[in-house]
Write a protein that binds this ligand. Sequence first.
Ligand code: DX5
Ligand code: ZN
Length: 219
Amino acid sequence: MKKIQISPSILSADFSQLGQEIKKLEDAGADMIHVDVMDGHFVPNLTIGPPVIKALKKHSNVLFDVHLMISPVHKYIEAYSDAGADIITIHPEATDNLNSSISKIKELKKKVGVSLNPETKIDIILDVLDQIDLVLIMSVNPGFGGQKFMPEVLSKIKELKKIQKAKKIDFDIEIDGGINFENSKTVIEAGANILVSGTTIFKSNNGDIKKNIELLKSK
Ligand code: DX5
Ligand code: ZN
């Protein structure tokens, strides 16, 4: 089994001191930093863009796991790569040509992720699974932190594990939305190896980030 990694979402951090918040996450043992990019069009919320990511990346050594919830995504891929994204995750519905967006990310020598909304079926990415580094399973409808985990997406993780075995291919399975101490064990058992978490990391146990990261990892 793969090592379990935690990717804290800075969506729940104090935006007035993001640099320090990332430093805290790094010191607390975060394996990467999940950056939620929203455009008010693909999802009904707006967050941050390349200049902020560039400024934050300059002062940190941890991997930036950038989740692009923007459409059309293709023309912005390079800007996020230049800003310092290490993993670039896109939604298939946000590009006219999934294959060329994946190729673009690879040309820029970044890791490629493809994300599935709760209602999006695996079929849409079957042909690209051998080209990508990770599948990001959304366990809430993207747009906001603090939503309730949707257990019905667990079957997709199990299906992906079966496909990996049958096709002898490897990619990370990341899960995003409503992850807490109650469901972390279930998602890991289903086959997820990267857990995104905003609310649980920043708000549980009076904001004891280190403890919360450890608790999410321990099964
Ligand atoms: C939702 C985002 C998630 C979310 C995670 O659109 O992609 O990363 O903010 O936050 P919690 O853990 O609060 O659900
Ligand atoms: Zn996310």
